[in-house]
Design a protein around this ligand. Sequence first.
Ligand code: ADP
Length: 474
Amino acid sequence: MRIFHLSAECYPIAKVGGLADVVGALPKYQNLAGLQAAVVMPFYDRKFTQENEFDTVFQASTLLGTRRLYFEILKEKTDKLGFELYLVKIPGLIDRVEVYQYPDETEQFIAFQIAFLDWISYSQQSPDIIHCHDHHSGLVPFLLQHSKLYTRLANTPTVLTIHNGQYHGSFGWDKLFYLPEIDLSKTGLLDWGGAINPLASAVKCCWRYTTVSPTYLRELSISSNGLEYLFYLEGAKGQGIINGIDTDVWDPNKDPMIPNKFSIKQITKGKQANKEALCSRFDLSPDKPLISFIGRLVGEKGADLLPAAMEESFNEHPGGFNFLVLGAGEKDTETELLELKAFYPEQCNVFIGYDEALAHLIYAGSDFLLMPSRVEPCGLNQLYAMRYGTLPMVRSTGGLIDTVIDFGDEGGYGIRYNHASVEDICHAVTRALSLYGNTKHTQFLCKLMMALDFSWDRSAKEYIDLYKSLNPTL
Ligand code: ADP
């Protein structure tokens, strides 16, 4: 069974968030299960592309409106990631450093999709499934069915996975001419709210869509930035499949990014040694409980609540715990967090930026990981935290509901709270500190979490069953 995964991100080539982790792991596990899964993504001028060798497997030109674009498809030579990796390179448009936020992002992702379709169509490839991830490849299901350029592939089953339903990639109808010849009687399938909406179009035109957790599937028809009614209408096509984690990359016993490796047996010593390394780097006392936050500093993650919640908690528990942040995002939140650090220098430190190795050390060296998310489609941070024996403190939403059970409930191990509010975060901090005071109970919970299985094996199989249901001959 030959699968093409289409994505804007893939670890370790280019990562902004969880999308990269999933696309960097799922195909690997699908291949181990006997599939032929490949990843196709835009070319980025980054470490991975600079340090690895590629073959040019296809070259052609295509049209983006009236602009002729020359493109090539590069294949990584060795398949060292556990899957075939193809990069779409278009000089001057898709050959840059950053993944997002260029002013011509719409043009970039439309061109990426057209180049992919031209390639598989002209090189006579016949994938069994095309698996699109988020809005960046959301026009593919429509184009396959309603552009006469790709008629040969019109019956190829398409799957869409929604990693984040807040972002749709919408653009105005004035850019319709960027799309290759389409059946104009079908343009309604591109529209949502008076604009061309790639995510909405993908939901309408794909054969099946999945979300990265079952709870998030239900939540999309209540809150999805304007697509609620669409998800309500198309609900029968949806399926929630919880993300796994790449247990090769995220293994505290062999992680090259942490100074002290540890297994479940040496959890207390191992975590303490990593905590000391982390605290010494950030001038924090390793003798106090350490609560950390990792992630994009945006409203979705509840990051704007952190400064007030931490200030209140520092006042409520003077000298009682330390707080560490790794993230970047909205400038106001960054500034407020830096002010918090200036005000509580002995209890708080903040690293503004993106640092993969530091994230690993924080998972390994913290006692608690705080996630006051307003929206969390799956959330990977809590899974990494648990794998590294760190207790998650999560708001009850999306995938956090599906993966964390409060320690007060039967079989529980984490801390959950209902609202993304300063009050609920402060209450969670109080519960965390009182739990920390009971060393035996904390150690028991940490061991319990480390033994949980969040590997891809089960979820990869669910995707395979889904593919088979779309193409019974496979
Ligand atoms: P998102 O909504 O951002 O995709 P996820 O929980 O699905 O959230 O995935 C976040 C991923 O990005 C995790 O691997 C996390 O460790 C990583 N991450 C987020 N921010 C940073 C950062 N500033 N530095 C390093 N890694 C980060």
